[in-house]
Design a protein around this ligand. Sequence first.
Ligand code: PEP
Length: 248
Amino acid sequence: MRKNVIMGNWKMHFTVEETDKFLNKLIPKVKDAKTEVVVCVPFTSLALASNTLSGSNIKLGAQNVHFEEQGAFTGEISPNMLKSVGVSHVLIGHSERRIYFGESDETVNKKIHTCLKHGFVPVLCVGESLKEKEDGDMENILTNQIKNAFLNISSEDASKVVIAYEPIWAIGTGKTATSIDADNTISFIRKVVSSIYNKEISENMIMLYGGSVKPNTIKEQMSMENIDGALVGGASIVVEDFERIVNF
Ligand code: PEP
């Protein structure tokens, strides 16, 4: 039985003060949530958020990690730095990182290895662009992203990974994939995972949909067979919206 997970990705929003204010409003509103709740806050807010969230049912996520343990990597954040502030989940390969910051399938794979070594839940983001979708390349793109991401990951470790299917054309655009399309695509992703590992791992893997998820879309999305939760961007920085999504 797969659990449901709702994750917020705050992207580059909220100072430390704003983080504290937001979380103090959110905590009581989602305290009886039936799903796992995770917020991926900016690096500068992690330490504060870790304190504010302590004793709550909200888990702490980071939006990235460097694959090396330490060293001359100006501007990067190491796995031990994340561990020291109580991070449990790490977004890996978000399309904004792939598009604007040169994240490649190779670095995604390295980061997944690093996360698993350090006991973080890697949340692997995959998805096709509008052009790739229109050219009929979606399945190829997703297959490559997934096969490369799981390179040399054992089946035991693979079962700890969460996959977020996020069509790029739906992120921040207000255009959400229909629930049926999202479900079909995630079903396809399960087939790819099954071809790398086996049916059991693929059927037990938690898979989320992301892309303009809103309070009025979540219920139908969560009713689909293959969708176990949502990765929420814009609506996760509005307390009332995120609360309604969590308590769908
Ligand atoms: C995201 O950032 O992962 C995302 C899905 O954003 P939005 O919900 O704003 O489309």
